[in-house]
Design a protein around this ligand. Structure first.
Ligand SMILES: Nc1nc2c(ncn2[C@@H]2O[C@H](COP(=O)(O)OP(=O)(O)OP(=O)(O)O)[C@@H](O)[C@H]2O)c(=O)[nH]1
Ligand SMILES: [Ca+2]
Length: 496
């Protein structure tokens, strides 16, 4: 009777170190597993790639830097803008008479880009320059000069340690298409079965409208077909050269100067606004039709009268609604299907509508507010917005009226469709514009088919691995209890 307890005690003495050893092993194992999972799951210092696009617009040039994680370049929405720089002065087309300086004008922004991108990435960072309507107009006026301007900027960009990938004038069709790609890429609309949004871009010298149309696009030059991430898109696009807001102002002024009076009473400017303007500046543009008669005097005086209604009827005269050889037209005989779906309106559409506080107003409300704004005396306007450069400030009444006329009468956004227009500047930190779409296309970052996704996301995979390891460990522990006897486990509360 006395021998049995001694044996049990001996057994227990032999068990204890083993159990402790196994428990420690299991605990260490679990800690190791969890640590591995956590470390693995934590954002590793990612490898980023970079790209630079110069938007050589008619009014100014902007330099954009984009960044994306190297291993995820084919996923939609991964590229983001990390920096932008506005080149001082006017657009590159304004250097026509002093082409050598065109390249140098980019120096400050390009030097800044050098500082923003890690040195070890410089040699593999592509640089693209795309010129838009200002250079398209210069090309029409003087081909040699436009080529010289492009080679001046090209030579200058080649002097940087980046990978120079070209400087060219992009077509209006490309400008529209890439703007559409940009807004939908940034909104992650190419994912799943989401519908896309149209893109409205208003520059200084041209304006673009691009959207998916269910209706057949009758004119081949306005029709684009894309296969992106496994989906097909039939896209309508048109770029109206000369219908950017600066050229539209010239067209409106040229129309009004047909009366022959060198004192122009202009309803698109505030009452009390007065300025001497050059006839050359107005009629020197290739946009101003040669059928209009050019006044003989060199300057004219513009006197604001501040009447948005009259302004609107003047502005409407620059659109030709009378001839259309297609089923339906926007203006100037250009085919356009009815606008469909939501739209993102950016660049000057945003600057102007945002300044006028009209980004969330209905069409009727916008007209009303604009009437009030235009009728404000110039002195009052200057006082209220002393921080805004006078050049911009003087033109908001005209620009707002032009935008309403272009959208309502030009593109046929009726009152109910007006709500579908969202005036925006950026989407998730990146500017809306053609540059991102241009770079995505040239670097082959928008695949036709959806990239193969692993069955589980990485974090899901790790979580499942950890869960099963824990389960396994618990089972092992249970097994140990069974092997080494109940009392020990019961004492340690391991057995249920
Ligand atoms: N109010 C205001 N106007 C601006 C600003 N930036 C540009 N603009 C004006 O808005 C118009 C359009 O500007 P952008 O979109 O930069 O035009 P752009 O790219 O130079 O011209 P395009 O080659 O026709 O595309 C021009 O008349 C500019 O002078 C701004 O910050 N505020
Ligand atoms: Ca532009």
């Amino acid at each position: 009777m006395m021998a049995e307890p001694r044996e049990m005690k001996e057994n227990k003495l032999w068990h204890r170190p083993l159990i402790i050893f196994i428990t420690v092993l299991i605990v260490v194992g679990i800690i190791a597993l969890v640590t591995t999972a956590v470390v693995q799951n934590k954002a590793l210092p990612k490898k980023y790639k970079y790209g630079i696009v110069l938007d050589a617009g008619s009014s100014h040039t902007a330099v954009y830097i984009y960044e994306w994680p190297a291993e995820k370049e084919n996923n939609t929405g991964m590229v983001r803008q990390t920096h932008s720089c506005n080149v001082k002065g006017k657009g590159i087309s304004s250097y026509a008479a002093r082409v050598k300086e065109a390249g140098m004008s980019l120096k400050a922004c390009m030097d800044e880009a050098k500082g923003k991108i890690p040195v070890r990435r410089h040699h593999e960072t592509p640089v693209y320059l795309g010129a838009t309507a200002g250079m398209r107009l210069l090309m029409k006026e003087n081909e040699t000069q436009s080529e010289q301007v492009l080679s001046s900027v090209a030579d200058f960009l080649r002097g940087y340690p980046f990978m120079y990938e070209g400087a060219r004038i992009i077509t209006g069709q490309e400008e529209g298409a890439y703007g559409w790609i940009t807004v939908n890429y940034l909104s992650k609309n190419f994912h799943q079965e989401r519908s896309t949004m149209g893109a409205l871009d208003l520059g200084g010298a041209s304006t673009q409208i691009t959207f998916v149309s269910q209706l057949r696009v009758e004119s081949p030059e306005n029709s684009l077909h894309f296969r992106l991430y496994g989906n097909d898109y039939q896209v309508y696009t048109h770029s109206f050269l000369c219908y950017g807001k600066d050229q539209a102002l010239r067209l409106t002024l040229a129309q009004q100067l047909q009366t022959g009076d060198r004192h122009l009473s202009d309803p698109c400017f505030h009452p009390g606004y007065q300025q001497e303007k050059s006839v050359d500046r107005v009629f020197g543009s290739p946009c101003v039709s040669t059928s209009l008669s050019r006044p003989t005097y060199a300057n004219f005086t513009l006197n604001g009268t501040g009447n948005a209604k009259l302004c609107q009827s003047n502005v409407k005269r620059i659109f030709n609604f009378s001839s259309c050889t297609w089923g339906r037209c926007s203006f100037n005989g250009v085919f356009q299907p009815p606008v469909e779906g939501k739209f993102g309106a950016f660049s000057a559409f945003f600057f102007v509508m945002n300044f006028l506080n009209l980004t969330s107003s209905s069409l009727d409300e916008s007209k009303e507010k604009l009437e009030q704004y235009c009728s404000k005396p110039w002195d009052e306007v200057k006082q209220s917005y002393s921080a805004i450069p006078e050049k911009y400030l003087a033109e908001y009444c005209f620009s707002g009226t032009y935008i309403l006329a272009l959208l309502e009468n030009g593109y046929s956004f009726t009152s109910d469709k007006w709500r579908d227009i969202k005036f925006l500047k950026k989407i998730g930190g990146s500017d809306a514009g053609w540059t991102l779409g241009y770079m995505l296309n040239l670097t082959n970052m928008i695949p036709a088919e959806a990239p193969d996704a692993p069955p589980l996301p990485h974090s899901g995979y790790v979580s499942i691995m950890v869960l099963f390891s824990l389960l396994l460990a618990a089972l092992l522990l249970l097994l140990a209890c069974k092997v080494f006897g109940r009392p020990t486990c019961a004492q340690n509360k391991y057995v249920i």
